[in-house]
Design a protein around this ligand. Structure first.
Ligand SMILES: NC(=O)c1ccc[n+]([C@@H]2O[C@H](COP(=O)([O-])OP(=O)(O)OC[C@H]3O[C@@H](n4cnc5c(N)ncnc54)[C@H](OP(=O)(O)O)[C@@H]3O)[C@@H](O)[C@H]2O)c1
Length: 306
């Protein structure tokens, strides 16, 4: 399970003022919702009170040393109990506030951080990141009010200058195994600039789509790699996964079945079992990963209707 922090801070590190966010950027709240939807979120009691209700479509775990029941939330008496409660989830999000970030950051592998440009007055600050976090993804939003940036950082040993393509591929594979998709993407991108290789291109395609990159680009990259090396089991697996994630489920499943015939092992069967038994998303015109589908799916599942 990946333990992630998600936060928004100003240039002078302010995250809260008088129990509230000091700004209102709807597009940032939408991104927060879509990143955390369907996952477990951990927050301090004061942050919960500032929101005033459980975050819909997510498992809400509220930290309090003395508070009792909160309807729609699980209560945890310390951070380790909160993380243990989320065990089994793919990713758990530490959502604040300042006191919780301070304690949790050393345990986190990934940080999603919105930087709100400007200096704000406030009473809660975002702590300094522990050593070892590397920025792997950045988007600029000059048109939000105020302007903002969105960065994703992962805790990694730095990708050293001077490493060769083989070392970068190995590091990328390790990152993929640990589901550190931004790091994997960066390693594979660097490896490809040093020495092009179809298998690395397909690893890059998979890490690209898993890290929120453009689905069409990932698909083209994966399909080109498969065309170059049609019998390569790893490329077949990556291509099947990328096709499914980009919305072409039937072609993806077909590719995975061909992989099984070509000698693909348990990873193919697990992927087929996972996708093959999944029912259609509630709103078929929207992708499965759309927040609305994730939320409705979760609700139907909880009501034993899906
Ligand atoms: N910009 C952002 O990204 C962001 C995100 C979240 C929040 N915020 C802002 O941050 C502010 C709130 O932050 P805050 O630091 O004052 O409070 P907080 O971290 O949200 O909550 C603190 C409370 O959580 C409980 N708690 C914390 N650590 C615990 C632990 N290890 N074990 C058990 N309980 C624990 C305690 O509750 P009890 O007192 O009940 O024991 C403590 O008083 C608000 O202004 C909010 O709007 C900003």
């Amino acid at each position: 399970m990946i333990i992630s922090t998600i936060a928004a801070m100003s240039d002078n590190r302010v995250i809260g003022a008088d129990g509230r966010l000091p700004w209102n950027i709807p597009s940032d709240l939408t991104r927060f919702r879509s990143i955390t939807m369907g996952h477990a979120v951990i927050m301090g009691r004061k942050t919960y009170e500032s929101i005033g209700q459980p975050l819909v479509g997510r498992r809400n775990i509220v930290l309090t040393r003395r508070g009792s029941q909160i309807e729609g939330c699980e209560i945890a008496r310390n951070l380790h109990a909160a993380i243990a409660a989320a065990e089994g989830e793919e990713e758990v999000f530490i959502c604040g506030g300042g006191e919780v970030f301070e304690e949790a950051l050393p345990l986190c592998q990934r940080v999603y951080l919105t930087i709100v440009h400007g200096n704000y007055q406030g009473d809660v600050l975002f702590p300094e990141l522990p050593a070892g976090f590397v920025e792997l993804h950045r988007e600029e939003f000059p048109d939000t009010t105020p302007p903002s940036s969105f960065v994703v950082m992962e805790k990694v040993e730095r990708v050293e200058a001077g490493v060769d393509a083989q070392q970068l591929r190995r590091k990328g594979r390790e990152a993929l195994n640990r589901q550190l998709f931004f790091l994997a993407r960066r390693c594979f991108e660097q490896a490809q600039t040093l020495e092009e290789n179809p298998e690395t291109a397909s690893d890059l395609a998979f890490s690209l789509i898993k890290s929120g990159g453009e689905a069409r680009q990932a698909r083209e990259m994966a399909e080109k790699a498969l065309w170059q090396e049609p019998k390569n089991i790893r490329i077949i697996l990556n291509t099947g996964r990328v096709l499914i994630l980009s919305g072409d489920k039937s072609k993806g499943l077909d590719t995975l079945r061909k992989g099984v015939k070509a000698g693909g092992g348990p990873e193919f069967l697990a992927e087929l079992a996972r996708c093959g038994t999944r029912k259609l998303q509630p709103i078929k015109s929207l992708p499965r990963s759309h927040p609305l589908n994730r939320y409705l799916g979760l609700m139907l599942h909880r009501m034993n209707l899906k």
